[in-house]
Design a protein around this ligand. Sequence first.
Ligand code: HCA
Ligand code: CU
Length: 460
Amino acid sequence: MAEILDSTLREGEQTPLVNFTVEEKVEIARLLDAVGVEMIEAGDPSVSPKVFEAVRRIAGLGLKAEVVAHSLATRSGIEKAHAAGAARVAIFYPTSRIHLQNKLGKDEDTALQTITEHIRLARSLGLKVRYTPEDASRTDFDFLVRVCNAAIEAGADRISFADTLGVLRPHETYERVKALRQRLLPCKMDLHCHNDFGLALANALEGLRAGADCIHTTVNGMGERAGIPDLAEAALALNRWMGVEHYDLRTLPSLAAYVERVSGFFVAPNKPVTGLNAFSHKSGVHTNGVLKDPRTYESVDPALLGRERRIVIDKYTGKKAVAARLEEYGLQVQPDELERIVEEIKTIGDERKILHDADILEIAEQVTGRRLDIFPREINAIVMIAVESHVYTGAVVRRLKNLKYVFNVYEITGEQDIAAYIKVPTTLELNNFIEELRTMPGVKQTETRVVLKKHADNGF
Ligand code: HCA
Ligand code: CU
């Protein structure tokens, strides 16, 4: 059965600008364990005292997942992995000529000796060992086989085939893994695929098909450069295509949101599975189909992933979707009224970027000439926001500007960094808005002031 090793805490923390606290790492490890990943790569304890501390804390949590420490092939690195209490050490050492010669200035035989020596050391300390030939995909194949078999003989029970630069294509990954399998002594095989050409998950899946046992992921696909496969996408793929049913897929979006918040690394709206738009439908053709039978435009039921379908209303929207949205508010309209409402939405949608429910209800009110009880009187508020120190204020401002209800955003001096002027229809919406804001990546703290009277409306 295919397995997942999640490396958010090691590879993921190698993402530019990303630094987790020990507490955040402990929480991420707990959440990963709840998803059910088989292994958690908790960090390289030699990197810093805090990384050591995080590995030690996570190793002591008694998780179901095996806790792995990453390490260079050095005595001190392996001793630190042991001292931190990891069950396994993943020793990496390059095998490609360019890495050996131009990075380390070592020849192949010396490399082989260093690798086996350190594996034996780790085994003598009672650690399980994975050996990673770094840059395996650009390594002379015969040498790769020789090194891996020597590593297995020295005591490694896992080999991680690393496509460190993400240069392989899926069919090449398949062929390489298949050939390696045929020539390797018995061992488990991991695949560590980088995403430089956007093929990381495709490569990982082909590698599994060719006989590998485990793929490496990070939450939100973080990592060096373009990162490695995203955990949520990988878990869904294994569920759908490889019969792996034990991962708790419904917890993946909240894990993604938590990691987004504490890392300051934003999830793109078009990201599969966890992105804002992954289950949104916009054009009239699509929304009409989805309202009749969601399977017309959804290959996966969003509920399987703890998500909800979203129908976007704007100038692309047809009558069916508008009627459905009005019905959600308990409002029935005549066919001719509906036609005029949609027409008006198209006109406004041509000029304005985002249409909110309040706008749609207001249009319905104008068109029908009926005062809608459900249309509430709006609340104005100023929300002050403090931004995490490692996050650019501009990045949070950009996000805020796209949020529903936000009218003006100011970067300000003082304790807080941003003031946002918002208009919301109800206190319930105000509450939801503030909750949403609190989980936004980069937002440290919020303070909200409700406006009681507004004396001049000059648009400021
Ligand atoms: C790196 C090392 C590594 C190791 C992968 C692994 C890679 O270059 O930082 O241990 O499986 O991509 O080769 O992340
Ligand atoms: Cu890597």
